[in-house]
Design a protein around this ligand. Structure first.
Ligand SMILES: [Zn+2]
Length: 489
């Protein structure tokens, strides 16, 4: 559910192609201090940009006094990227009790060596290199360094250090796959699969992290980062998170690279022949299909007899193709207690939801039916995240990140939903991970409703049975394998 227009996508607004030159970015958290660099004679104030972000929460200076001709570029091209991406990187890499640096300096000077490096909260960039890369890699290199500023991997005791390939891999993952995915700068051709090593650092490790994230969950890098920051990373992390040891994962990744589909996630993402069908076992258990794969039979648009044109059936998918002309799609039958399973695939920035106990008595489906929120957690900005019971219940904290559990796969991939609505309790699951439980009509449930925006909707969550509704809100969303198993009391 979203009641406001979405902000434009950060990932698509910064569109430029950077060629994949084999450039090695220097340095990690413990690089030589930037102090050694002498300022040039130019007045500093003319070449020092002061950026206040998030109402003064973060303050970032960009000092170009050592490369004064880059001042205008820094102001017009670099500053907007820094302003947008520093807070986003902070959000992407949370930790329990962790506060990212609030004062950050970025210094660009001709006499800084290498490409760029970071020491604590100070980023240093070689002005000569930047000048040649103004339309190429200059901005992305700064994004990479800003990740170092947020990493702060300080939990390692004397003598131990976080593995360098992961330190740099996390930076390049955010840079190449989140900041500038359209550049393709960290893709690996099929004929390069043989030589690719998951621990080769930088873009190669970034490619590996992207593949694992796509296959096992978009929360991988935030969790990995939290372990690295606290000094609690060990190789066991991989098996714990994915069920596969690191060497097996690496071998599967190389295989996917060789097959040319490392960008493609798990085999489960591929359409199989059993899509939109029930197994004999499911039939025996009382499951029935809500979507037959070829028609909208069994559905109607909210308070209409027919299905509005924005909903289409395409290649075995029930698609909200034109959200402006879709609205909410309701089952013809009512359900009281039931188990619902379905798969959804949402577009970047997309927002949708699954409502239940919906009746025609409200002005909108959400005026009666509670909603299992669906959204692209990366680019949609509704404060109710994917899998939560809208504005009422959210999952427990992930012990590593201190953020609510997130088991979603990125936009464009299939995710499995299980929604159990039973007299003994209701459960939300995504991709096999249990998110939350509640009991409809319980004192606690009613208290939460009374404290929410639904308090002013007298019919909300009152019907004890109703339609299941799929929300056509904004962004495209597809559904398949939509099955329900009614539960008798
Ligand atoms: Zn680096």
């Amino acid at each position: 559910m979203t009641r406001s227009l979405s902000t434009p996508s950060a990932f698509s607004t910064i569109g430029y192609a950077a060629l994949a030159a084999a450039i090695v970015l220097l340095g990690v958290a413990e690089c030589p201090a930037a102090d050694a660099v002498a300022d040039t004679a130019t007045s500093e104030s003319d070449h020092q940009l002061e950026l206040d972000l998030e109402n003064g929460k973060y303050h970032i200076t960009i000092d170009t006094s050592g490369s004064p001709d880059l001042t205008e570029w820094a102001e017009q091209e670099l500053a907007p990227v820094v302003k947008e991406w520093y807070p986003m990187i902070v959000d992407m890499l949370p930790g329990k009790g962790f506060d990212a640096p609030t004062e950050v300096s970025i210094k660009i000077a001709d006499d800084i060596e290498g490409v760029a490096y970071t020491s604590g909260d100070r980023v240093s960039c070689n002005g000569n290199w930047m000048r040649r890369q103004l339309d190429g890699e200059a901005r992305g290199a700064v994004v990479h360094e800003l990740v170092h500023v947020v990493q702060q991997y300080r939990g390692w005791r004397r003598g131990n250090r976080p593995p360098g390939w992961l330190v740099e891999g996390v930076c390049d993952y955010i840079r190449w796959f989140l900041y500038e995915p359209e550049s393709g700068g960290a893709l690996i051709a099929a004929n390069g699969a043989d030589r690719a090593r998951h621990d080769a650092s930088y873009r190669t490790t970034a490619n590996f992290l992207n593949w694992v994230s796509n296959k096992y969950g978009s929360n991988l890098v935030p969790k990995l980062n939290a372990r690295l920051r606290e000094g609690k990373y060990s190789v066991d992390f991989w098996e714990e998170y994915t069920g596969q040891p690191l060497d097996k994962l690496a071998a599967s990744w190389k295989k996917a690279l060789a097959a040319g589909d490392a960008e493609q996630p798990a085999a489960a993402q591929k359409d199989d022949q059993n899509v939109n069908q029930l197994t004999a076992e499911e039939q025996e258990q009382g499951w029935k299909l809500l979507f037959d794969g070829s028609s909208t039979d069994g559905w109607h648009s909210f308070k209409r007899d027919e299905v509005r044109e924005g909903w289409k059936v395409e290649d075995g998918k029930l698609v909200c193709a034109d959200p402006r002309n879709a609205g909410d799609l309701c089952t013809n039958d009512d359900y009281k207690w039931f188990e619902l399973r379905l798969e959804y695939n949402i577009s970047q920035g997309g927002n949708s939801g699954i409502m239940f106990h919906v009746t025609d008595d409200g002005g909108a489906a959400w005026a009666t039916g509670p909603e299992f929120q669906l959204e692209d957690n990366m680019e949609a900005h509704d404060p109710t995240r994917c899998g939560w019971l809208y504005a009422l219940y959210k999952p427990a904290e992930d012990a590593d990140t201190g953020q609510p559990i997130d088991a979603t796969l990125p936009a464009g991939q299939w995710n499995q939903v299980r929604l159990l609505i039973s007299p003994d309790g209701c459960v939300h699951e995504i991709n096999g991970v249990e998110y939350l439980e509640y009991k409809l009509g319980s004192e606690e449930f009613n208290e939460r409703v009374a404290a929410s925006k639904f308090a002013s909707m007298p019919l909300f969550a009152k019907p004890d049975k109703g339609m299941i509704a799929l929300q056509g809100d904004h962004g495209q969303v597809s559904f398949r394998n939509v099955k329900v198993r009614p539960i008798t009391e």
